[in-house]
Design a protein around this ligand. Structure first.
Ligand SMILES: C=CC1=C(C)c2cc3[nH]c(cc4nc(cc5[nH]c(cc1n2)c(C)c5CCC(=O)O)C(CCC(=O)O)=C4C)c(C)c3C=C
Ligand SMILES: [Fe+2]
Ligand SMILES: [Fe+2]
Length: 344
């Protein structure tokens, strides 16, 4: 029997600093997120970050938390329920960090009799810190606990015409009747080092602005290329004029160089140059979360207005948007109707 495991990032169980600390511990001790030697990662995460960040992060989570729980979890559950209603095969949700775990998700599928799993990381663009860590952990759990299961992995869908269309149309619908001068595509950032590590050619990615425009097999795993390509294709679909849109990277943590330009500096710069009406879309996230609702929806909005900006429109993520649900359900059905292919 076939079934689907949707996997998102995860959230703390509550806004209690102890729960946030436990979640950040699991998240930041992942060697594909903070990719330093284990002794150094332990020193930085357990010795520094976990002593200072949980309180600050817990306050940020409190500003966006819903009665039902974490927006990321609640929105992912809504997506799962709607896709499940539309497909013939069971659809289960898991989180890379926190709950429900990947092991719990696979167990749920197993208990329903599922042996062939469509594994769908809920990230449009591939990154070592997101897609890769999900695929690696899921495979470890499969080998250890469910050896008779097999996986088919949904690849990054940053340029899939269905995804580009629903994202573009959701932007158009959300901005309908609103006045805006510039549309900023803000993606979660990663350290530049991650891009080089994921370069399968070992020589293509120089992060110089040109490499991502030059065709290369490296782009199958190049987060930077994939972000710029999502922007380019959505802008083309919406027929946006050059100069009315741009790309930036948010949520930098630590002192290493991260992808540039940084969203906060970009937005503040716009306001300082006299831009009054800004729209922001966050395509690295399929569900609204701390990084969209708080960092952009509250903090960036406030800073933009403090510098003279007047209107700030944050476009919601695809969340449980009907057109998006239909696209995922179609991808699932197309896979479910294929003859059996064992991947593992
Ligand atoms: C140090 C490293 C981090 C890397 C690399 C990173 C990559 C990355 N993250 C997302 C998506 C999300 N990140 C979220 C929160 C978040 N991210 C980091 C750090 C890194 N992320 C931290 C410390 C946190 C926790 C919050 C905080 O303390 O500020 C979230 C939101 C989770 C939620 O519960 O709402 C998402 C989603 C992507 C897509 C990505 C690389 C492409
Ligand atoms: Fe993150
Ligand atoms: Fe590149």
């Amino acid at each position: 029997m076939k079934g689907v495991l949707l996997v998102n990032l995860g959230s703390p169980d509550s806004t209690d600093p102890e729960d946030v600390k436990r979640y950040l511990d699991e998240f930041l001790m992942d060697g594909r997120v903070i990719d330093l030697p284990k002794w150094l990662r332990t020193l930085i995460v357990k010795g520094i970050i976990l002593n200072t960040r949980p309180k600050k992060s817990a306050e940020a989570y409190s500003r966006i938390w819903w009665d039902e729980g974490s927006p990321l979890i609640v929105l992912s559950e809504r997506l799962r329920d709607k896709v499940d209603d539309m497909t013939a095969v069971p659809v289960v949700l898991a989180m890379r960090y926190g709950n429900p775990s990947i092991k719990a998700g696979l167990q749920e599928l197993y208990d329903k009799g599922v042996k062939e799993v469509l594994l769908m990381p809920l990230y449009p663009q591939f990154a070592m810190a997101t897609t890769e860590t999900i695929l690696v952990l899921a495979e470890e759990v499969r080998k250890q606990h469910f050896p008779e299961m097999s996986f088919t992995n949904v690849p990054a869908f940053y340029n899939h015409p269905d995804y580009v269309r629903v994202l573009a149309e959701s932007i158009r619908d959300s901005l309908e009747g609103k006045d805006w001068e510039h549309l900023l595509f803000s993606y979660h950032g990663v350290p530049e080092r991650h891009i080089k590590k994921s370069d399968i050619t070992k020589s293509h990615c120089r992060i110089d602005g040109q490499c991502c425009k030059t065709p290369s097999p490296a782009h199958q795993y190049c987060y930077r290329h994939q972000c710029y390509e999502t922007t380019r294709q959505v802008a083309e679909y919406l027929e946006l004029k050059q100069g009315t849109y741009s790309t930036s990277f948010q949520s930098r943590l630590g002192i290493d160089p991260w992808l540039k330009p940084a969203t906060d500096k970009t937005i503040n710069g716009f306001a300082e140059k006299g831009l009054k009406k800004l729209a922001v879309v966050t395509p690295a996230f399929v569900s609204d979360c701390l990084e969209t609702l708080e960092e952009i929806g509250l903090e960036a909005d406030e800073e933009f207005k403090e510098r003279g900006g007047e209107e700030f429109h944050l476009i919601p993520c695809l969340n449980d948007n009907e057109a998006w649900v239909k696209v995922i359900a179609r991808w699932v059905d197309e896979w479910a109707h294929q003859p059996e292919v064992r991947v593992n």
